[in-house]
Design a protein around this ligand. Structure first.
Ligand code: 4NP
Length: 148
């Protein structure tokens, strides 16, 4: 199975979700390939934000990723496309061919249905909160994947 995490810039939230899902899937022995991208391309080629890297490192989670923009072919190639907030969701759905629309969901749809707010302009606390929200949501998705 292939899972794609989507946010706006692909430097803060979706790389966090990418690293966490790959790590948790590996820990459960699940064969899941994870990638991430942004609905925008401003940061393409960049490493994740240093604050995302710091939180992942503190939790012992490796991540090797350079930012990239969402592409048309992602909708064919991925089985599950999980967005951090509702703007990402509507941007992704607007670009998604009709046959693939049921692959696209809010990451937190099974854990309260809220958004993972953009932490870019806030302090480091915001990044730890992103980690907590993403971790809960990833566990819930992996429970569902394992149960299916
Ligand atoms: P992300 O955060 O979508 O979680 O990667 C952002 C990073 C950069 C910008 C916006 C959001 N930006 O406007 O540059």
């Amino acid at each position: 199975m292939n899972v794609l995490m989507v946010c706006l810039g692909n430097i803060c939230r979706s790389p966090m979700a990418h690293g966490v899902m790959a790590d948790r899937a590996r820990a459960r022995g699940l064969d899941i390939t994870v990638d991430s991208c942004g609905t925008g391309a401003w940061h393409a080629g960049e490493l994740p934000d240093p604050r995302t890297r710091a939180v992942l490192a503190r939790h012992g989670i490796p991540l090797d990723h350079r930012a990239r923009a969402l592409q048309e072919k992602d909708f064919q190639e991925f089985d599950l496309i999980l967005t951090m907030d509702r703007a990402n969701l509507s941007d992704a759905l607007a670009r998604c061919p009709a046959p693939h629309r049921d692959k696209v969901h809010l990451l937190r749809s099974h854990t309260g249905g809220g958004e993972v707010p953009d932490p870019y302009y806030g302090g480091p606390d915001g990044f730890e909160r992103v980690f907590e929200q993403v971790s809960q949501a990833v566990d819930a998705w992996l429970d569902r994947i394992q149960a299916s």
